[in-house]
Design a binder for this molecule. Structure first.
Ligand SMILES: Cc1cc2nc3c(=O)[nH]c(=O)nc-3n(C[C@H](O)[C@H](O)[C@H](O)COP(=O)(O)OP(=O)(O)OC[C@H]3O[C@@H](n4cnc5c(N)ncnc54)[C@H](O)[C@@H]3O)c2cc1C
Length: 421
């Protein structure tokens, strides 16, 4: 695309993006591609938040949000189980209680269908957008579009999954039922305890930490200035608009701003002048070195909600959803639970050569929808946060949408689902 395309007045428009995760990174990509002068501010390290240790799956068919009555029941049942895949620690904080009550409300009625429709719109193009970006920018990140396998131990749940993959009308992913034998053709090391599975043919995967690392080079080549160890603290205001992003390393002036601070966004309500209903949902992953004897496709171990993602010479196990506030301690029981779950579905010994044990915060909204909206009092600031458990999948369309909002183009996806409530 043309550089300086927006500079008819001889002044290249400047955008400051706050937050160096996949959402901020994709917004920077689409804005820089359209000739904007982009500065990205990151309090820590680019790609060091949730976008680092996630499972790397691009799964546009997973439209249903976490708001499900069965998740509520499981959450209550598992409150006392130390290695449960879902853990809720009740807290006497007004923001948490308000968020939880809204989360429960959104488990019922038409809310889930509405959320699914909004999520579907944002994920529909994910595979083609990633494929285009990865190929055109020559990003080396183990990208594959081979689908995913969903493995079940319970016959009842296996059968139910076919009818309740929870997709909205018309966006159902192309799923193939796999008997135990057919599953074994795809995943030869499947254990005898597994009843069967489903193959979701419309899914891809890559190594997210490698992608984020490569994205730095791509952005820099497009002229994006990335400032790490720079913490945003608020906006300088002039004429009813934001004019600078204030940080602990000084102010950065721009014509427009993007706030993409993931799970931390709720802590910035004072700086943003509004409450942002996001809670951190802590997840864990373990990355081990190995190249043989592992499944060729990512596998969901459904009853335990653990995922295995294979790459050329690594495997990552990931899962658990822990609502315990901004607590970043790594709970060893939950790490061990990832290995235990793998042993329940696959007859393979996970190699002991652990490269990384990790935990990070998913930015969870009470209705499962991300927030992509202008701030109520500052219409040159776009908030793009709360991408829940699928921020990697939603990121390219979000980046494109943010760029459309800033450049004044017709939005490629309807914005009404993503309003700040
Ligand atoms: C275990 C696990 C597995 C997952 N697997 C998948 C998957 O397979 N597929 C999928 O689609 N999604 C997955 N996700 C979800 C996905 O990782 C997140 O939704 C996504 O990474 C969120 O991206 P983000 O850019 O909003 O946030 P982040 O990546 O967390 O980035 C936010 C950034 O903002 C910075 N920041 C915060 N405050 C400030 C400030 N004041 N000043 C400057 N910078 C600031 C932070 O340091 C951080 O770098 C998974 C998540 C987890 C935890």
């Amino acid at each position: 695309m043309d550089q300086n395309k927006n500079s008819l007045d001889g002044h290249q428009k400047r955008v400051v993006i706050i937050g160096g995760g996949i959402i901020g990174g994709m917004a920077a990509y689409f804005l820089a591609t359209q000739g904007y002068a982009v500065t990205l501010i990151e309090k820590d390290r680019f790609g060091g938040g949730a976008s680092h240790g996630n499972c790397g799956l691009i799964v546009p068919g997973h439209t249903m949000p976490l708001n499900r009555p069965e998740n509520l029941i499981a959450g209550i049942r598992w409150m006392v189980k130390k290695d449960a895949p879902l853990f809720i620690r009740p807290r006497a904080e007004a923001a948490w209680i308000r968020w939880m009550l809204q989360f429960i409300r959104h488990c019922f009625g038409s809310h889930r269908q509405e959320a699914a429709a909004g999520r579907a719109g944002l994920m529909a193009d994910a595979l083609s957008l990633y494929d285009t970006i990865i190929r055109s920018e020559k990003i080396d990140c183990d990208w594959q579009m081979a689908g995913t396998c969903h493995l079940f131990r319970s016959k009842k749940e296996l059968a139910a999954y076919g009818s309740t993959t929870g997709q909205i009308q018309g966006t159902r992913p192309p799923m193939t039922f796999l008997t135990k034998n057919r599953l074994r053709d795809r995943v030869p090391m499947v254990s005898a305890a597994v009843a069967g599975g489903w193959h979701d043919r419309r899914a891809g995967h890559f190594r997210p930490d490698t992608f984020m690392r490569e994205l730095v080079g791509v952005l820099q080549k497009k002229g994006v200035r990335i400032l790490e160890q720079t913490r945003f603290t608020g906006f300088g205001i002039g004429g009813g608009r934001a004019v600078t992003a204030r940080t602990d390393r000084g102010g950065f002036a721009a014509d427009a701003f993007v706030v993409a601070t993931g799970a931390w966004t709720a802590q910035l309500s004072h700086a943003l002048g509004c409450r942002v209903p996001i809670q951190p949902g802590k997840g864990y992953s373990v990355t081990v070195r190995c190249s043989a004897g592992v499944p060729a496709l990512p596998c969901f171990f459904e009853e335990t909600r653990v995922v295995l993602t294979p790459w050329a010479d690594r495997v990552r196990l990931g899962g658990t959803m822990e609502f315990s506030g901004y607590d970043d301690t790594l709970n060893r029981r939950r790490v061990n639970a990832l290995f235990k779950a793998t042993g329940q579905y696959l007859s393979m010994s996970v190699p002991a050569e652990i490269e990384e044990e990790w935990c990070g915060w998913r930015p969870i909204t009470w209705d499962g929808l991300p927030i992509i909206d202008r701030l109520p009092d500052l219409d040159n600031v776009v908030l793009a946060a709360g991408h829940n458990e699928l921020g990697l999948t939603m990121a390219p369309a979000t980046g494109r949408l943010v760029a459309e909002m800033i450049t004044g183009k017709q939005p490629s996806v309807g914005l009404s689902s993503f309003r700040l409530k």
